[in-house]
Structures are given as structure tokens and as C-alpha cells.
Design a protein around this ligand. Structure first.
Ligand SMILES: [Zn+2]
Length: 315
């Protein structure tokens, strides 16, 4: 059973059908065929003269046990734990761990598509978790005065923007340390919103400000008050997305903040793939199509540093 070949993945829809083969080194499409090596099409780039094959830059690049890797892709669809996958495939937990994060890095382009119609959005707070971090040489300042700010404890947490339209197009993206502001709302969901979208939210002042700036029609709700306006405006879909995420993430026993965006991509992908009749093939196609995966995988640490988590929270 080999499904990780471009020929077998034709005719599937989740990514751009007309995706061009690009040079994974300099990203031009100025390339030509360069024969076949070990059953894989090879290319040479006219710009940078480097050769590459169909897998260069993707999660599959450099994987030796491709058949096991394919089986692990299926287990990823089932959200199987690293320990269980390691047992089942007879592959070390370290290798499975690396495979998991390469596969999840390929999903970054799935998290966020143009919204259609009514969009419900919300912000969600996550505690900082440095599980598994190698950087334990930092001093942990735990004076209570470090934690107290005029806005209270939520500055200790990482904010994630959660949004969904009614067409099964969810998004969950890290916004910033502390409370969201209109800039972080723009950064996370701004490029997926257009003037015809109608926004529903839970009255967060930063979302209200952002929606005003965008001149969006915006309906706001308070948890304690009216829940539905005009029979169609409400935030029930985004709330249920939140609840599904909580149920899904629970068996992972606390995700390290460093990997949070990877898990958000995973969860969003699982929501989107639900309706697919060929989820494994769709998944394989996404993995094959993302030639920036290995770069993204190597940048996990750097992206984490960009979150500017105060030292006293790194416990
Ligand atoms: Zn090139």
C-alpha cells in the first residue's frame, strides 16, 4: 500500500489543484525534469541549479521507512498517542515524535481560509506550559508581584483567536501573550475576512474595535443575556468548536506551549477533513504539497521565542 506518490493523489480537492512544482530552495517555478531516481521524479532548478525530487522540503523528505510513515499518517487521523503509535508500528517514541511534528508542520496552510457568510469568533486563553523544554537553565522568577498587572491574571496566558463560518471552515491561531488587541485580531483572522462577512462575537472590546475599523456588520452577545438574534446571529458554533477542542486535547495531558500551534493546526485539520470521503488520501496530498514543511519544522523553536513569554512564567 503506497499512497505517497503524486500519480495516486490526483483528483483530490483540499488544496489547489493547479499547484505548480516549485524549487524548494528558492521557490521559483523555473525548473525542468531531470529524470527519475529511485522511482521519484527529479527536477533541476534553472535559477539556483539545485536538484530536488517530489519530496524535497516535505515531511516525507529523508524518511526511510515510508511504509511505516504512511501507517503513522493514518494513526494521526485517529489522534493516536505517541506511545501507542510507537508500540503499534514498532518505531521508537523519539522517531514517532519527530514524525508527528513534521506531519503537523505540513498542516499550517490548512489553518485559515477565506470565510463565507456569518463568522463567529472568540478568544481563548492557554496557560504557559514548558513541558519537555530543553531550556531549563533559565531562572524562574516567581515573585507574586511579577504576575500582578492592572488587567489581572489573563496577562499570564497566551491568547488564541478562534473563528468559524457556517460552512465548516474553522480557524484557531495564536494571537499573543496576554489579552488580545485589535492588531492581533487582524493578524490572526484579518486576511480571511471580507466586507460581506457578518461577524458574531462575545463582545470583547478588542474585537468590537477591530470590527469597527473594518466596517463589518457585527452582532455581539453576552453569555448571561440574549443568545440568538434574528434566528441566525449567535456564537454557538464557535462555542461548540471550543468544547470539541477541549475534549480532543484532554488525552494529550497538557501540550507544551512550544507545540501549541502545531496542535491547533491538527485539530482544525481534523474538523475540515470530517466530510471527506477519502481522508487519508487528502491528508497525504497535503503532506506532499507543502514543500516548506521541513523549514517550518526547524523553526518551531524560533517561533516559540517570538511569543515573548516572560521568564517568570517559564516554570
Ligand atoms: Zn532554485
Amino acid at each position: 500500500m503506497e499512497f505517497l506518490t503524486p500519480e495516486k493523489l490526483n483528483g483530490l480537492s483540499i488544496i489547489n489543484e493547479n499547484q505548480k512544482v516549485l524549487c524548494p530552495h528558492c521557490h521559483t517555478d523555473d525548473i525542468y525534469g531531470h529524470g527519475i531516481y529511485k522511482g521519484r521524479k527529479r527536477y533541476k532548478c534553472k535559477q539556483c541549479s539545485k536538484t530536488f525530487n517530489d519530496f524535497t522540503g516535505t515531511a516525507i523528505s529523508g524518511i526511510k521507512k515510508v511504509d511505516k510513515f504512511q501507517e503513522y499518517i493514518e494513526l494521526t487521523l485517529e489522534s493516536v498517542s505517541i506511545r501507542k503509535a510507537s508500540k503499534e508500528l514498532k518505531i521508537s517514541t523519539n522517531t514517532i515524535f519527530a514524525w508527528r511534528h513534521k506531519i503537523l508542520a505540513s498542516l499550517s496552510m490548512i489553518n485559515g481560509n477565506s470565510f463565507i457568510g456569518i463568522v463567529e469568533c472568540d478568544d481563548k486563553q492557554f496557560k504557559i506550559n514548558e513541558k519537555g523544554s530543553r531550556k531549563l537553565d533559565r531562572k524562574a522568577y516567581k515573585r507574586s508581584s511579577d504576575r500582578k498587572t492592572k488587567r489581572g491574571i489573563s496577562n499570564d496566558k497566551l491568547s488564541v483567536m478562534v473563528a468559524t463560518d457556517r460552512k465548516g471552515n474553522p480557524l484557531m491561531k495564536i494571537a499573543k501573550m496576554g489579552r488580545i488587541d485589535s492588531d492581533s485580531v487582524e493578524k490572526t483572522i484579518g486576511s480571511f475576512i471580507n466586507p460581506s462577512n457578518i461577524l458574531c462575537s462575545d463582545s470583547h472590546p478588542s474585537i468590537i474595535l477591530w470590527a469597527n475599523n473594518k466596517e463589518l456588520e457585527h452582532h455581539t452577545f453576552l453569555a448571561s443575556k440574549q443568545h440568538v438574534k434574528n434566528q441566525c446571529y449567535h456564537v454557538q458554533h464557535v462555542n461548540s468548536l471550543d468544547n470539541r477542542y477541549e475534549r480532543w486535547i484532554k488525552p494529550f495531558y497538557g501540550v507544551a506551549t512550544k507545540y501549541l500551534s502545531q496542535y491547533l493546526n491538527w485539530f482544525v485539520f481534523l474538523q475540515k477533513i470530517k466530510k471527506s470521503s477519502e481522508p487519508i488520501k487528502e491528508f497525504a496530498k497535503i503532506i506532499m504539497a507543502n514543500i516548506k514543511t521541513i523549514n517550518q519544522y526547524r523553526n518551531i523553536e524560533r517561533e516559540y521565542e517570538k511569543l515573548n513569554i516572560p521568564h517568570y512564567l517559564r516554570t
